[in-house]
Design a protein around this ligand. Structure first.
Ligand SMILES: [Mg+2]
Ligand SMILES: [Zn+2]
Length: 287
């Protein structure tokens, strides 16, 4: 398929969904005060497991957590962008510091779960008592994940995950282009791993965008910023279409589906924040 040479890797919190899923669940279940009190005493990831224990002991059912997760804010353009990228044949993956239960529940509710080939995140499961248990992606109580970057939390270095994805892609015949989208500090380390032909889409005004702006010389990938759901869809589909046409020139592949993406972009209203710009522009292009 047209997009087969493209791998799109998404952060989840404040990228696919428009909030932090941990904070959303804690706030919606009315436990913000307890969370804030315990946060200085334990790592974030361990605290979420503890919070689920507290809720379970107070009688909160798993269905209540599911109901809260299903209300998580997500922009309709982001749902459409993910479906379009998947329909074009792109390989979609998630690398997130949330957890499998939160992510899969939200994706399934919106009919998006099958769009993703892999979800790399903190593992979770429901125990025999019906309590949600959440564990670190990397067990930092036994050893460090080995990345000393200050923006990587002890339970997960997303750069290490991206390195493993890149290693597995390098064994395939076709050269793959990676597009990485994120907002947080933990998305900086994976951005550093991207190569010349790759793209990073930092969310404008968010921590990874600040870090990338301050360290542009360290980033080999092209940088394309986005602010909201409309931008997310417009920029992502533009980059996919652009890469499909580059690939088409090189291989003569059929890109019939590409034109539906381009038509959609032409008719899509521009968000007010972009002003007179007719098309998305890269923040920084390395020639
Ligand atoms: Mg995030
Ligand atoms: Zn790292």
């Amino acid at each position: 398929m047209a997009g087969a040479g493209i791998v799109v890797i998404f952060d989840f919190d404040k990228t696919i969904i428009d909030c932090d899923s941990d904070n959303w669940v804690v706030d919606e279940l009315g436990a913000t005060e307890l969370f804030d009190r315990l946060l200085p005493t334990m790592p974030w990831n361990s605290l979420m497991d503890r919070m689920m224990k507290e809720h379970h002991s107070q009688g909160t059912k798993l269905e209540d957590v599911v109901t809260v997760l299903e209300r998580t804010p997500i922009h309709p353009c982001i749902i459409e962008a993910i479906k379009s990228a998947h329909a074009l044949g792109c390989d979609l993956k998630i690398v997130s510091d949330a957890n499998t239960f939160f992510i899969e529940t939200i994706l399934e509710y919106h009919g998006l779960r099958e769009c993703f080939s892999e979800i790399h995140t903190n593992p979770s499961f429901v125990d025999e008592e019906g309590r949600l248990r959440i564990f670190p992606h990397h067990d930092f109580t036994k050893s460090s994940h080995g990345c000393g970057h200050p923006s990587c939390p002890p339970n997960m270095c997303k750069g290490t995950v991206i390195g493993k994805i890149q290693a597995s892609l390098s064994t395939e015949d076709q050269k793959k282009t990676i597009i990485y989208l994120g907002d947080g500090l933990g998305d900086f380390c994976p951005s550093l791993k991207l190569g010349d032909g790759d793209y990073v889409m930092p969310r404008k005004g968010f921590p990874v965008w600040d870090l990338i702006c301050k360290n542009r010389s360290l980033i080999k990938a092209q940088i394309w910023e986005w602010s909201n759901g409309e931008d997310f869809e417009r920029v992502l589909l533009h980059l996919i279409a652009r890469n499909i046409s580059i690939h088409k020139k090189n291989s003569g592949a059929n890109v019939g589906k590409l034109f539906s993406v381009e038509c959609k972009q032409e008719t899509m209203p521009l968000p007010a924040a972009t002003g007179p710009q007719a098309f998305p522009q890269p923040l920084h292009v390395i020639h």
